[in-house]
Design a protein around this ligand. Sequence first.
Ligand code: UDP
Length: 452
Amino acid sequence: MEKSNGLRVILFPLPIQGCINPMIQLAKILHSRGFSITVIHTSFNAPKASSHPLFTFLQIQDGLSETETRTDDNTQLFTLLNRRCETPFRDCLTKLLQSSDSKTEEKKKRISCLIHDSGWTFTQNLDKILKLPRLILNVYTISYFRGHFVLPKLRREGYLLSQDSELDDLAEEFPPLRKKDLLRLLGEKRELLEPYLNMILESTKSSSGIIFMSCEELDQGSLSKAREDFKVPIFAIGPSHSNFPASSSSLFTQDETCIPWLDKQADKSVIYASFGSLASMTGSELIEIAWGLRNSDQPFLLVVRDGSVKGTEAIPEEVMARLNEKGKIVKWAPQQEILKHRAIGGFLTHNGMNSVVESVCEGVPMICLPFLWDQFLYARLVSDVWKVGIHLEHRIERNEIERAVRSLLFENEGEAIRERMELLKEKVERSVKQNGSAYRSLEHLVDHISSF
Ligand code: UDP
């Protein structure tokens, strides 16, 4: 770690796993560059402060009830959080700014800026009062973040196909999605989406910069287009999962028996199947996935998070006994460690941004099964653009899953995918190393923050 530079940065993550992990990673990166870190967080899904002894954590009360936190509509949850957190956040930050005049060594470090998740939109209301430069951490890829502002317009105009044969065509309004993905995305229940997206757009445009945990190598042409769209400095500082693992920011208890189990399996033989912290499926979909994995006759590690199966349908005992012959089922796994393990041959994933990037950083080819929101786009990047995975085309059927596992592990298609994945992994690794594009962008970010 570099010597302290006398500056403090305030970070404010959105309280879901997929947003906390990149924010904590950013905290680790900035800390390694000499910045002191204070994380302001909600009481809902509070990160474990004891896992990060070098950072200061301050909790604000979000006032969410148990029922409010259990909604499966994220836009509703984020809109509510924005409404409830404005006052407690403003009070907390005002106090912090006042105390930076304090005499104690730690507190008197000058607060240079606030970096918050793009999903916090009320913060722009505080710009005039607090006069603190504000940067946005964006947990999407650049292409998704640019593209998703078109959704309300398409929804209003009614996005229709002239014939079913167009379903597999590219959606020109939002590439690399196909028309069928766009229809699914537009079919999601999101009444509050339009005002929420407008606020995100305004808050982003009035910020002092946008940070993406992505890099030019992953987001090709989107970076220059985003610079034209937003007209604020943009930093694509790259995925740094290998140097700054996010596992310490897990909100769930990780099942540590996974690694000794993997140690007993052959190289590149295991399929790891996990669907992140938000996606949910029906009991029969879960059973199709589990049978597909079992019938492939390959060892598998399947994560079934509490609450991820709709309704009460459990896996019947006799099915469990068959599954256990080849597989291991856990509630939450140390994902980054697993993806690094020599025994892993493929990742059946919901294509959350973090999961995709973690998989690329470890060179693990994917089987894509997106469920909602930005996952559709990342699945297309994986299967159609980078060509480092097989897309299930939304068919949650045991035969399809078995076939995808076999193709990935044993057939020519899988061999070609592995070769391309190795090249992509190397490109991303080069990007975060000295003089790589992400490395240079991080240098600019450090200069930018230091200049405030
Ligand atoms: N994760 C994990 N263990 C699991 C499943 C997921 O540690 O069993 C982590 C994973 O490594 C990733 C995050 O949870 O960093 C999930 O983020 P992602 O963007 O993939 O999906 P989301 O949860 O936002 O849908």
